[in-house]
Design a protein around this ligand. Structure first.
Ligand SMILES: Cc1cc2nc3c(=O)[nH]c(=O)nc-3n(C[C@H](O)[C@H](O)[C@H](O)COP(=O)(O)O)c2cc1C
Length: 449
């Protein structure tokens, strides 16, 4: 009797909590990277995680793009890549190469990656989500994108005006993907012009079985530069909490420390950062841990992760241009770079040069260098200095495995640019599918949303 009374009292005082599925993740207490088309590709997410983001959202991917995609593991770096062949009108052209639609790191993103889907159909949403469900911790539905390509198809912010459809999408995902795969389903919305409208919408969404809801505190017509409106935040939070759903806030959150303060102030469970993380992902690092770092440190970390994950060069260049301050001389020079080696040369990241040169070869970018002569001369100079030092120290001459003739995969590889050991190199070459490497195909990757 006493036990019954105690449990009845507890259930009266403790707010309910939607259970978090076994392979899912609780959004509570988290400062997270926002979904960002173009700016949320794998290396951006890995950089955010490196600096302390608790969870990362991938860029919105349209249901039709991922439904039917093939899954493969890149043998060089272990990343999982979802690929599609471009439509070819029925031709069986051997030269056709698969495009990478989505790329993730199953180790470093384990339990931390939320896949965001752009959809206007429960059936397609389920079909698409099933493709990635085994590799991610959650599926989020984009219900806030104001761009015409999204809204004209009934997706994104258009769903705010068709709540029946949005509810049916979320319910289908919860029942047919969330439950069987044991991952969470969530939604990201914007506020509506009137609090009553937002209230009515959120009250329906929290009953669908979702585990989390992010509210971008801007209305659909608001421009990104307009200040976020936080008047409705407490109301949205209360509705979420009454239903046991985690509530994340988004809009003008600029750092981990500010996020934690805002979470406290508004009583929300977590905060999501977009544009501040785009320009400097070290914003996820609290002041106590070093705070915002100089751009060179962050760019070095980002470039290293781009090379490791074989990121499409155009995407890397786009993000680097966002991260390097406009008035900086390196910014102007970086703009003319044509491949990864150029970047390492311009930014004087000599430690990244060997891997950059290798990746340029894999991506067929080697011949495009805007600084070929400079890079080659520097490499030769290093080689000479290295040999002289070695000789002066009575050391051995260049090891065979570092010889340009034995490496044989690059036009300017010298001993100053250490190649992998011969056996490792042979291993890598054996793994290369020359006609359809992930990296070559990733060059053709299109922004999916
Ligand atoms: C480059 C860029 C791409 C974006 N792509 C998406 C997206 O794919 N899905 C989405 O829900 N929101 C997207 N957004 C919106 C952000 O997730 C976020 O809601 C918005 O930028 C407000 O956060 P902020 O004030 O921290 O920038 C994007 C924003 C930017 C700047």
């Amino acid at each position: 009797m006493l036990r019954f009374l105690r449990s009845a009292m507890t259930s009266l005082t403790t707010p309910p909590r939607v259970p978090i599925p076994a392979n899912g993740v609780d959004y509570r207490g988290k400062v997270v990277l926002a979904p960002m088309v173009r700016s949320g590709e794998l290396p951006s997410r890995l950089t955010a995680l490196k600096y302390g983001a608790d969870l990362v959202w991938g860029p919105e991917t349209i249901d039709r793009a991922i439904a039917g995609a093939a899954r493969r593991v890149n043998p060089r770096n272990g990343c999982i890549e979802y690929t599609r062949l471009p439509s070819n009108g029925g031709r069986t052209d051997a030269a056709l190469q698969a495009s990478v639609i989505y790329r993730l790191d199953p180790v470093r993103e384990k339990g931390k990656l939320i896949f965001q889907i752009g959809t206007a159909s429960p059936e397609l949403a389920v079909q698409a989500a099933k493709v990635v469900a085994g590799d991610v911790a959650g599926i989020d539905v984009n219900s806030g994108c104001p761009k015409p390509f999204s809204t004209s198809g009934g997706m994104g912010a258009a769903l705010l005006r068709t709540p029946d459809k949005l509810v049916s999408i979320l319910e289908a995902l919860v029942n047919e993907v969330g439950n069987p795969y044991q991952i969470g389903i969530s939604v990201k919305i914007r506020i509506l012009e009137k609090p009553e409208l937002t209230e009515a919408l959120v009250s329906r969404l929290v009953k669908t079985g979702i585990t989390g809801l992010t509210v971008h505190c801007r209305t659909t017509p608001m421009r990104p530069r307009e200040r976020a409106i936080r008047d409705q935040l407490r109301m949205v939070r209360s509705i979420c909490h009454d239903a046991g759903v985690a509530c994340l806030m988004n809009g003008d959150v600029t750092s981990r420390d500010q996020a934690l303060a805002l979470m406290e102030e508004f009583g929300v469970d977590g905060a999501m950062i977009a544009t501040s993380a785009e320009t400097n992902p070290s914003c996820f690092q609290s002041k106590a841990d070093g705070g915002l770092l100089p751009f060179r440190d962050v760019v070095h970390a980002y470039l290293k992760l781009c090379i490791e994950s074989e990121n499409r060069f155009g995407n890397t260049k786009y993000l680097l241009n966002m991260m390097i301050p406009g008035k900086n001389k390196e910014f102007r020079d970086a703009k003319s770079s044509k491949n990864y080696a150029d970047f390492c040369h311009i930014l004087r990241f000599d430690d990244l040069m060997p891997a950059a040169l290798q990746l340029d070869e894999i991506l067929n970018l080697s011949g495009k260098s805007a600084y070929y002569e400079d890079i080659r001369n520097k490499a030769v100079q290093h080689a000479i200095e290295h040999n002289e030092t070695a000789r002066a120290a009575g050391g051995a001459s260049r090891p065979k495995s570092m010889s340009p003739t034995t490496s044989g995969v690059g036009p300017i590889r010298t001993s100053s640019i250490p190649a992998p050991s011969k056996s490792k190199l042979e291993e890598k070459e054996a793994n290369l599918d020359i006609t359809e490497t992930a990296s070559q195909s990733s060059q053709k990757q299109e922004v999916a949303a």
